[in-house]
Design a protein around this ligand. Structure first.
Ligand code: HEM
Ligand code: HEM
Length: 221
């Protein structure tokens, strides 16, 4: 008898997701909309970076549906799924990201990581700079600031597509993907996480990621 038969997304993955949304929204508001909020921007950026590092580790050590090797599928699986994309009843109760969704997760994570890492080397030409900006010199820091802005614009497009896809599933395929990302549960789920990975392990891995980010933040060059 499985421990939690209907557990689609484990707690760490859900906390990661909604924490990422909050972190990126705060970075956007403090970076683009508000004046004089760069100290909050840096803190929100560190928080976001720590979550992203954690998600990379959780993609290896997390519960089955959160693992990269569970949802990153080859071209044949992608093509087979693409052929059913516009079938209204093609979702079923199978567990986890579908073959197209899986690669969109990689795009979202890569774009978010690029923004967060380039931020470490950025400067605002006034008095705020990322902790590693001094290591690379002014010219390179200016170039990476351009990258920080450009990669954020690309991320914003991916986020728009992400939200569009969720709306498409809701309206066209009559499938609510959001509720499982909140509650973790999917009724009558085939192949869900029979044995969720340990929360203690998640806590230890997150503490390691936080420690790495703290060390980077303190290493201002
Ligand atoms: C995923 C996390 C992050 C997001 C979404 C983000 C987003 C942004 C945005 C939208 C801007 C305004 C760009 C513009 O003026 O057009 C900005 C500026 C900036 N960010 Fe971030 N950021 C993130 C992480 C970081 C981190 C970790 C640092 C450093 C520790 C950082 C340092 C800076 C600096 C110094 C600027 C000022 C650059 C300028 O004036 O254009 N950011 N960021
Ligand atoms: C800053 C904006 C957002 C970013 C960067 C983002 C990123 C991501 C990522 C990386 C995943 C993969 C989760 C994992 O396996 O770790 C994901 C999944 C998901 N996100 Fe978002 N997300 C954003 C906003 C939202 C919002 C606002 C909603 C709700 C309306 C949402 C709903 C979902 C859902 C339902 C899934 C699971 C999709 C599935 O069933 O395959 N996301 N998102």
């Amino acid at each position: 008898m499985p421990d939690q038969p209907d557990l689609l997304w484990d707690l760490p993955t859900r906390l990661f997701h909604w924490g990422l949304v909050a972190g990126i929204a705060t970075c956007w508001i403090t970076g683009s909309l508000l004046d004089n909020a760069m100290q909050i921007h840096l803190l929100a950026g560190y928080f976001t970076l720590s979550l992203l590092l954690f998600r990379l580790l959780w993609g290896i050590a997390g519960s089955q549906t959160s693992r990269f090797n569970h949802f990153l599928r080859g071209p044949a699986a992608i093509a087979a799924y693409a052929r059913t994309l516009f079938h209204r009843n093609s979702v079923g109760q199978q567990a986890g990201h579908n073959p197209i969704g899986g690669w969109s997760v990689v795009l979202l994570l890569t774009a978010s990581l690029t923004v967060a890492i380039t931020g470490l080397f950025s400067n605002d030409a006034i008095d705020t700079h990322g902790p590693l900006a001094g290591w690379v010199g002014d010219d390179m820091s200016d170039r990476l600031t351009d990258w920080h802005q450009l990669s954020f614009d690309i991320l914003a497009v991916f986020i728009g597509l992400h939200l569009f896809a969720i709306l498409f599933y809701r309206l066209y395929k009559k499938t609510d993907l959001v509720r499982p990302m909140i509650t973790g549960k999917l009724a009558n789920c085939e192949d869900c996480n029979a044995k969720p990975a340990s929360l203690l392990l998640a806590g230890i891995l997150y503490a390691v990621c936080l420690g790495i980010v703290y060390a980077v933040a303190r290493s201002a060059g």
